[in-house]
Design a protein around this ligand. Structure first.
Ligand SMILES: Cc1cc2nc3c(=O)[nH]c(=O)nc-3n(C[C@H](O)[C@H](O)[C@H](O)COP(=O)(O)OP(=O)(O)OC[C@H]3O[C@@H](n4cnc5c(N)ncnc54)[C@H](O)[C@@H]3O)c2cc1C
Length: 371
């Protein structure tokens, strides 16, 4: 995982080797000395309900929020959020609207109907402007619909490639996103807090610390995982399909319009009647604006039948596991410059095998109601 500007040093080495240990098979066993039980995920191929892949819009130098002139229009870019586009959507879109809206009057165009486009459109409406969203594809046919939905800035940038100014943008975006997601917690938007365990070692304070509340390094007695280094913290998770659907509803209720339309060139955008345009086309900006620093970073997921008794999330170890009401999300793959948006059966098989091994390797287990 790429967790730059993150206070945590990811412990990549040796997790597979740690998976042997004292595996338990009994459905329920008493708490062992030196082990705090959790319910393991029931991983097997028969429980897989779908597999998906998506192309993260990754830039080593980080996302782009920038204003420029396009003929008689103001054009504000808001794209390139890698594996953190759900997390940063509200905050990055806030940076973009702060660049575009002051001094503007009249209708506004947003290009793109993923998390960045929809949050931009809502912020435009909240500021009192009429909006039309133009997009080649609407949810559920966007990368945003694929996302696991952890509030986390993974696979976002390369440490050596970003500027201090960009780091400030990131912190500003994170601050607004963090506040905004909190006031959306609940079933309506599918946002919930969840205790998260991560295979990591803390490496001193960073500016991102406020976004990992209640962080604590655990002793081996405080968890069941066959891992050497485990940290526990609280964060939020977004059921992305539900969130995008509800946000479209909010935009429509407030009078916003949607039009399915593909733009092949900036000149085609220049034909729009709106004088202010937000470019939220994600990976589409590679062709549309010739940004060759933007690379696809393919991620693949296996989704298992829901298991409501699993009430924690996991990062590291075999990849990651996020339990959502619509299914258990298993992921953690990243392939750069792969443009094929389809899952690869061999990779999925390995992903499932890794998680199966991991969850059957718990040092002690709990069943529903006992954790
Ligand atoms: C497997 C996986 C797991 C992930 N997990 C997480 C996670 O846990 N947390 C997190 O924060 N992020 C996660 N992400 C990252 C997140 O999904 C992306 O950062 C985010 O979806 C990017 O949103 P976007 O709105 O920029 O792009 P998209 O969702 O791709 O939307 C782009 C929009 O622009 C439109 N468009 C593109 N080109 C054109 C054009 N030429 N003309 C008109 N319209 C155009 C598209 O049709 C679409 O509507 C994950 C991604 C993957 C693949």
């Amino acid at each position: 995982m790429i967790l730059d500007l993150d206070r945590r040093a990811f412990v990549a080495a040796g997790s597979a080797a740690l998976l042997s240990g004292c595996a338990t098979t009994a459905a329920r066993r008493p708490k062992l000395a030196g082990c705090t039980p959790l319910v393991p995920v029931n991983v097997n191929a028969q429980r897989v309900i779908r597999t998906v892949a998506g192309l993260r819009p990754y830039r080593e130098a980080g996302f782009v929020v920038r204003r420029e002139q396009l003929g008689d229009k103001a054009l504000v870019h808001n794209y390139g959020h890698g594996g953190g586009g759900i997390t940063l959507s509200w905050g990055s879109s806030r940076l973009a609207t702060d660049l575009g809206l002051p001094g503007h009057s009249g209708p506004v165009a947003v290009i793109g109907a993923g998390a960045l486009g929809l949050t931009t459109a809502r912020l435009v409406q909240e500021a009192g402007f009429p909006v039309t969203v133009y997009a080649k594809a609407m949810p559920p046919h966007t990368t945003s619909n694929i996302a696991g939905g952890q509030i986390e800035t993974a696979y976002l940038y390369k440490d050596e490639a970003v500027t201090p100014e960009w780091r400030q943008q990131l912190l500003k975006a994170m601050d607004y996103s963090w506040r905004r997601w909190q006031i959306m917690v609940g079933d309506e938007y599918g946002v919930r807090w969840l205790t998260t365990y991560e295979e990591t070692e803390l490496s001193g304070p960073t500016p991102m610390d406020p976004y990992y509340p209640a962080t604590r390094t655990l002793t081996a007695a405080e968890h069941p995982f066959p891992l050497d280094h485990v940290v526990r913290f609280e964060t939020m998770y977004v059921e992305t399909g539900l969130f995008l659907r509800q946000t479209i509803r909010d935009i429509q209720i407030a009078g916003g319009k949607f039009e399915v339309r593909e733009f092949a060139t900036p000149q085609a955008i220049g034909q729009l009647e709106e004088k202010l345009v937000f470019n939220c086309t994600g990976l589409g900006s590679r062709d549309l604006f010739g940004d060759k620093d933007l690379h696809p970073l393919r991620g693949q997921l296996a989704i298992l039948l829901p298991q409501p008794e699993v009430r924690y999330a996991l990062s590291g170890g075999p990849g990651y596991m996020f339990p959502r009401p619509d299914g258990i999300i298993l992921g953690g793959t990243a392939e750069r410059d792969v443009f094929d948006p389809n899952p690869d059966p061999a990779t999925i098989e390995r992903l499932i095998a890794r998680h199966k091994r991991f969850f059957s390797g718990f040092r002690c287990t709990a069943t529903f109601g006992t954790q």
